[in-house]
Design a protein around this ligand. Structure first.
Ligand SMILES: [Fe+2]
Ligand SMILES: [Fe+2]
Length: 373
């Protein structure tokens, strides 16, 4: 028996803006946030390394690909947050639209610049919170996954994620002009992933969905920015993220082969829920609030921007081919294919999956000129 949209995403209509905007962070949460969960920490007594050669290869690669966020990035770079904001203005703005009669008609260069700066702070803040989610999820996988090769690999990812949290926090603190708390939709997704006791769900939520989206988003910003510190930071993080997404694809491929169709269907539904949460988060409701514009008015307008539409679709360029590789698209009569069609992202199914692509993104084997370019 399949779940309804109401049961999966808390609303019957995918695009119900009122329902989307009622999701908010609790007030006065303080400096910590606990997610209760009960799960098995698993020992394995099978120490035979190499039973899963693809994971062993990834582990060996990761050992040689560690970098130091303090010493390998040019932190001495002067960053002008207003100049940098030109990128987020393109991805999130409303260039070329007729805004007469809307709250944006009164906006001049000053307001649009402020919007770009706020969006930049918001974007990097969400990356930071997502990275911490990855740190927690991957530490969880070390404990719960039953295979020694996966425990080995996941332990390297824990170090990678600590480094990512460290460099995004440092960039926000020393180069940008403000922080945002975690977006409520992203926070809800991270909580859902951590609350689930099944180890394969941690992989699906984090390695396939959150990190698949991050890999695409980092790649987009990397292409657009010419700020040398951010560019190098993103390129180094992408190199790690590609391994992480590959870790998810290579591990789940084996797990899903032995699942019943009911179990697979549950994974499809979780994938859809995660996709919707991540799409909702990019409506950036907190930024509209900070800019003093009613999100209910701003979002339907912003959604008409072809630049924003393109950016939102592009975020799924890694997720869709990876779901296809895992067999999630077409199982259960193509249920997830229909959902991705509804989200307007099915066309990415023919792109290369990350299980194949990760080696080409490695910064250690790439020519330095390409990294700094
Ligand atoms: Fe990361
Ligand atoms: Fe990652």
């Amino acid at each position: 028996m399949s779940k309804t949209y109401q049961e999966m995403i808390g609303r019957a209509d995918l695009n119900d803006l009122d329902a989307i905007l009622t999701v908010a962070n609790p007030d006065n949460e303080g400096d910590h946030h606990g997610v209760p969960s009960v799960f098995d920490s698993r020992f394995t007594w099978d120490y035979d390394k190499g039973a899963r050669p693809a994971l062993t290869k990834l582990y060996e690669k990761a050992k040689g690909a560690q970098w130091n966020g303090e010493t390998d990035l040019p932190w001495e770079t002067d960053v002008d947050p207003e100049k940098l904001a030109a990128i987020t203005q393109v991805a999130f703005g409303m260039q070329g639209m007729d805004l007469a009669g809307t709250p944006f008609a009164a906006w001049g260069d000053k307001e649009w610049l402020e919007f770009g700066v706020e969006t930049q702070n918001w974007t990097l803040s969400q990356f930071l919170h997502g990275e911490q989610g990855a740190l927690l999820c991957t530490a969880r996988i070390v404990e719960t996954v039953p295979w020694i090769d996966a425990k080995y690999y996941a332990s390297t990812q824990v170090m990678d994620e600590a480094r990512h949290v460290e460099v995004f926090a440092k960039y926000l603190n020393t180069k940008l002009s403000g922080h945002y708390p975690v977006n409520a939709h992203l926070g809800m997704l991270l909580d859902d992933i951590l609350r689930d006791s099944r180890w394969d769900m941690t992989y699906l939520g984090m390695q396939i969905m959150v990190e698949g989206l991050a890999l695409a988003a980092f790649g987009y910003l990397y292409q657009l920015t010419d700020e040398p510190l951010l560019k190098k930071l993103l390129r180094y993080v992408m190199s790690d993220e590609a391994r992480h997404v590959a870790f998810g694809v290579l591990s789940l491929k084996e797990v899903y082969e032995d699942m019943t169709s009911a179990e697979i269907r549950e994974r499809q539904e979780f994938t859809f829920e995660a996709a919707v949460r991540m799409r909702d988060r990019f409506l950036q409701q907190e930024v509209w609030e900070r800019m003093g514009v009613d999100a209910k008015v701003a979002i339907p307008l912003a959604q008409q921007s072809p630049y924003r539409a393109e950016f939102q679709r592009m975020l799924f360029t890694k997720i869709v081919p990876n779901c296809k590789k895992l067999g999630l698209l077409d199982a259960a009569d193509g249920w997830l294919r229909q959902r991705f069609t509804e989200l307007g992202v099915i066309e990415f199914e023919t792109m290369v999956d990350t299980g194949e692509e990760y080696e080409s993104l490695d910064v250690i084997t790439s020519a330095p000129a390409e990294i700094d370019a």
